[in-house]
Write a protein that binds this ligand. Structure first.
Ligand code: 5RP
Length: 249
């Protein structure tokens, strides 16, 4: 029987983690370098990959003396903007965004996205819908042929708390699969979004659905606030690889 010592396992795990971080970082830097220009209104996505994009943006603002107004997609994004002393804007005063850079949980071959792994799908979709361009940054593990090939946690759906049970039943009756109320820790209460709602994670079984129709059908159910399906919204995706190269799609 083979045996791997715990510290070797730990070292292996940390190498894999480091290379994923490197992959996120190269994708984020590439996107910021290509799409952020002086005087632009910039949508700041959410998640761990976006952290690198904001770091790179802060460097460029400092060294190139750029003027960029940042519109956050979440409380996390707002904190990142403030932490890096960038200019914080809002949709009230900047309803048209030049470019938004955001992460994704999965990107299929048509650039359809699953988003909302971090629970910020509603504000992310609002900001994306106000943006001339939505650019996705991700490590290579998010790049897939069909939704569900790689991301196994399902499609997040933000719902009004009082309606989560009927919504769960209606989606299962329409398209099958299983819907789980998201909770941070097993047996703890449900996760509450920045907007005071719950999230259902829809573990769909049919990967060949027309996602545009699915998105529309689900949003017609009263109490559904938004889905994590982003169809025909993404302009370009950058997938970072551990060796430092970036694949564009
Ligand atoms: C949050 C999101 C994130 O962008 C998505 O979960 C990707 O996150 P990460 O960059 O940490 O992998 O949609 O709601």
């Amino acid at each position: 029987r083979s045996f791997v010592a715990p510290d070797r396992l730990r070292a292996l795990f940390s190498t894999v983690k480091m290379s994923l971080e490197q992959a996120k970082q190269v994708a984020a830097s590439r996107a910021v370098d290509e799409f952020v220009t002086n005087n632009c209104i910039f949508g700041v996505g959410s998640g761990s990959t976006v952290v690198y994009a904001v770091q790179r943006l802060a460097e460029r603002v400092e060294t190139e003396n750029l003027k960029v107004t940042c519109i956050p997609t979440s409380f996390q994004a707002k904190q990142l903007i403030v932490k890096h002393k960038l200019v914080l804007g809002e949709l009230d005063t900047n309803p048209e965004i030049d470019v938004t850079i955001d992460g994704a949980d999965e990107v299929d071959s048509n650039l359809t996205l699953i988003k909302g792994g971090g629970g910020c799908l509603l504000q992310e979709k609002i900001v994306a819908s106000c943006s001339k361009k939505l650019i996705v940054i991700a490590d290579y593990t998010k790049d897939s042929a069909k939704l569900g090939d790689r991301y196994k946690k399902g499609i997040p759906i933000e719902v009004v708390p009082m309606a989560y049970v009927p919504i769960r039943n209606k989606i299962a009756a329409l398209y099958g699969g299983e819907l789980k109320l998201r909770s941070a820790v097993a047996k703890a209460g449900p996760v509450v979004t920045d907007n005071g709602n719950f999230i259902l994670d829809w573990l769909f079984t049919n990967q060949d659905l027309d996602w545009e129709t699915v998105d529309r059908d689900i949003k017609m159910i009263p109490g559904v606030v938004e889905t994590g399906l982003f169809v025909k919204m993404c302009h370009k995706a950058y997938f970072g690889h551990p060796e430092g190269n970036v694949v564009e799609r």
